[in-house]
Design a binder for this molecule. Sequence first.
Ligand code: PLP
Length: 403
Amino acid sequence: MTGGGLPAGVPMLAPAPARRRTFLTFAPPQIGQAEIDAVVDTLKSAWITTGPKTRTFEREFAAFVGAPGALALNSCTAGLHTALATLGIGPGDEVITTPLTFCASVNVIEHVGARPVLVDVEPDTLNIDPRQIAAAVTPRTRAILPVHYAGHPADLDAIEAVARAHGLTVVEDAAHAIPARYKGRFIGAGTNPAAFSFYATKNLTTAEGGMLTGEPAFLDRARVLSLHGMSRDAWKRYDQGASWRYEVLLPGFKYNMTDIQAAIGLCQLRRQDAFQRRRRHVVAQYTAAFAADEALEPPVARPEVEPAWHLYVLRLRPEALRIGRDRFIEELTARNIGTSVHFIPVHLHPYYRDKYGYAPDAFPIAHDNYRRLLSLPLHPGLSDRDVADVIAAVLDVARTYRR
Ligand SMILES: *Cc1c(COP(=O)(O)O)cnc(C)c1O
C-alpha cells in the first residue's frame, strides 16, 4: 500500500491510455485475511450474535474517535431512528435536514411520525447551510439532522449555535464521517448523538452495521430501545449463570449488531489510519490532475476540517462542456471506470415530492449541483495504475467534449 507523502510532492503519474482493459469497480469492500480469520473464529466460538466482540468493538470505536460512549447497531439508519425515538421526537414535531443526502436520513424522520423540513446546502461543501436552518425553525422544531456530506464535516459550531438558541438537539448523520475532524476533534467525539454507517461501501465496513455515539446516559436508553425495549443486558440471558428474567419497558426495535459483524469491524478499525492515508493520497493526485481543467471542479476542504474523504465528488462546469453529467458518466463507463452519484436530492423522489409538493428548484443549490456532480472511485484498494486510469479517462472525456 502506498502511504504518506501529500500535496507538496504529489508525484505525477505516468500517462495511462484512455481506456483500461478491465472495469474499475466504484467502491469494493477492503476485506483481508484478518477479517476472514476473525469471522471464522467467531463462528467457531459458540457466540455469534451480540456478545463480547460487540462490546469490545463499542469500546474500541469510542476510544478511536474519542466518543463519550458507543452503541453498536445493525445499520446507520437504525442509529438515526433509535436516536430520534430516544429523544421522544414524534407526531407534530419537525426535524430540519438537508435534501442532498441518502434517503435514510429523511426516512427515519418519517418513521417516528415527525415532519422533515428540508433546507438548502452551502455551495462549496454541499453541507446543510446553518443560516437557512435558522430561518426554518418553528415552535414545532425539535432537532437538526446535519449530514457530513462526502466526509466533509458540516459547520457544527454554527449549527449548534442555532440549536442552543432554540433548545434543539443536533443528531449527526455521520455515515461518511469516519475518521473526519472538525476543528481538531473527531466527528463522534461530542455529546450530540452521531450515527456512523458500516455498509459495504463505507470507509469502515462490517457488511451491514452502524454505531451510535453520544452520552452514556442517552445511549443507555437507546440501547434498551434498540433491542425490543428489553431491560439492560438482556442479550446475556443465555449466558451461564445469567438470569432468564427480563422486562419489556417499551415496544423497542430489533437493531442489535452481531459478534460476526463486530469481529470484522475490529479488524477494519485497526486499518483505518492506513486506509485514510491512501484515501488522502488518491485525493491529492485527483485534485492535482483536475484543478487546471476549466471543465472540472474538484472538491474543497475548508481549513478547519480534515475530511474523511468517503467520496471524491467531482463537479462539472456545464458552460465548458458540450455534454451533461449523465453522458459524462456514460463516457467514463465506456472507458471502464465505475462511478456513482451522491445523491439524487430527497425532494425529487416521488414520496417526498408528492407528499410535500416540492418543485425541483425548491432547493436550487442542491438541485443545480446534483445535475453536475459525480463520484469517482475512491478507496484504499486503488493502485497507482488505477488512479492514473481514472485521471486519464476523466481528462479524455473533458477534452473530447470541451465546448
Ligand atoms: C449509507 C448512508 C446511510 C445509511 O447507512 P446504513 O448503514 O446503510 O443504514 C445514511 N446516511 C447517509 C448519508 C449514507 O450515505
